[in-house]
Structure formats: structure tokens, C-alpha cells
Design a protein around this ligand. Sequence first.
Ligand code: GLV
Length: 335
Amino acid sequence: MASITVEPLSLDAMKPKILITRQVFPEMVAQLEQVASVDHNHTDDIFSPDTLRARAQGCTGVVTCLTEKIDAAFFDACPTVKVVSNIAVGYNNIDVAEASKRGVKVTNTPGVLDDTTADLTFALLMAAARRVTETERRLRNGEWKKGFALQQWLGTDIHHASLGIIGMGRIGQTIAKRASGFEMKVSYFNRTRLDAATEEKYKVAYKTKEAILRDSDFVVVMVPYSAATHHLIKAEDLALMKPSAILINTARGGVVDDVALIAALKEKRIAGAGIDVFEGEPALNPAFLDLDNVALTPHIGSATHATRMRMAMLAATNMQAALEGREPPNWINRS
Ligand code: GLV
């Protein structure tokens, strides 16, 4: 009698399937492979919405970056997806309300990037104030002809200047700590005022947004992007700033109206800006590239090896917890 052999199911076939939408660290993949069968985008090319939906078929979870739009159409097309783990603190790429309606857990990676993002904020503040990127460009272009010259390429002092922080969450507070080393006078605006002990700890004074814009030598915006913060800084806000003032945005594209900012910089209505995030990035408004009074970086706020690794491993931990039926540590839409 012919014997029938039945292939045992491989361990992987029994694990839930997940998709990692961008290239990540091998350590993250290794952690997730303990609990899931992992499909990983090794090319690092951004998936089109159609490819994303096709690749996520049958997946229980997806690990995303800011580059993936996870919206109602995605959830409709991928009904098996029960958890979205974003490798970022911001999650404006995900429609959390639509996720909640369908019982999909959404997680992010707060905390681990505060210092690194505050560092980059200060790097841009200093670069814009002291014309670092502009003068390097001039030097590389052979424009440094006269050697040291008393009135050449003069910038703005950072030490003892006033700094206004709009958005005083964890990263805003970490920026305030950096400012104290420069003996800056720091004020802040936040939807909810900090308690007196925290204001005292960071040596910060509460002001209205308008007063911050009017009084500060440097204005930093550090709020998450949402419908409520879309163009939080627009033409009329820029008009309140001093002509000598400098604006820094390391939060999210869309928090500042880029067209209005470009006009203010072009007409020297403000002295300068340091910008890491753009509306429609990476296709930033090309007019930025013609301006000397703006220091530009390509969304690198959290981009150090150690911090990106911490973000990735935290996203893995969130995903693993959800797959194992535990509460993910950074579960945004826990009801
Ligand atoms: C990066 O921009 C993040 O939100 O983590």
C-alpha cells in the first residue's frame, strides 16, 4: 500500500506574518523573526500604495516609517492587519481614527529620540545664526578671497539671546536644557501650561504664541503635525517676528507654511531659518535652494546610528508585544 507522507508545517508557517516596509537594522529583523514570519523591503524603495497593499496581504502586522500612508483605503484592502508599528515618534502618516474603528493597534517610538532631535535643533539654530552652511558653500565656491575681514559674513549671537519654544513636550524641554548652557532666556508656549516645578526646573517662562513670536531672537517650533497644527506658523505669524529673528523647524513639514516662510526670508522680513522638515518632502519647494539665509537639512532630526537603532528596537518591541497578545509599551490608540 502506498504510504502518504504529510510534510509538517514549518515553524515559520505557523507564525503570524508581518511586513517591514523599509530597510531596517538586522537586529530588528532578528528580534521580530522570533515571533513572526517577516517580509522585509530590502530595496528600501518607497512602496506605492498599491504595492504596499499587495505586500501586506495576509499580514497581521506592518512595521512602517513616515513614508507609508496608512489610511482607510489601506485598512479596507488589508483587513488581516491588526497592528501598525511606526518607527517614529510622529504618526501623522497613519489615520489613527480609522485604525481604532477597526480595532487595529497603532504604536510609535517616543522618548528615545528626544536628545538627538534637540541636538539637531541646536545644530540648525547655530548654523543659521552663524551662517555655517552658507559660508561653507561660499568657501567651497572660491568666494573667500580676502582672508579674515572685519565685516565679512557677520552673524547673530546665540549666547544670552532669547529663545521661544512653541511646543513644550519632551523634545521642547530637552531643547530648553541645551539653551541654558548658552545662557539663553527661554520662554515657551504650549497648549497646556507646564506646572510651576517644571517651569522652574527648565528655567522657562510661559508666554502666548504671539508674544513668543514678537519677542524672541530665535523661535523653535516643536509640535506634532495634525489638522490643528497645519500652518501653525503662517504669513501673519512670521510678520510678528523681529527682522533679526531666526525660525527653526525640526518638527514636521506642514507646521510651517513653506511658501510664506520663503517670502519672509526672500524679503528679509526675518533674518534666517533652519529647516529640517518640509511640506511635500522630499520634493521641497525649490525656492528654498536659492536662499542664502536658510540652513537646510533633509529630515535628519533623529538620524544618529544609536538613536535610529533605539527607535527600530522599540518598534520591534511594540510589534512583538502586540503579536504575543500583550500591551505594546507605546500603544497610541489604547481605549
Ligand atoms: C521623525 O520625524 C519622527 O517622528 O520620529
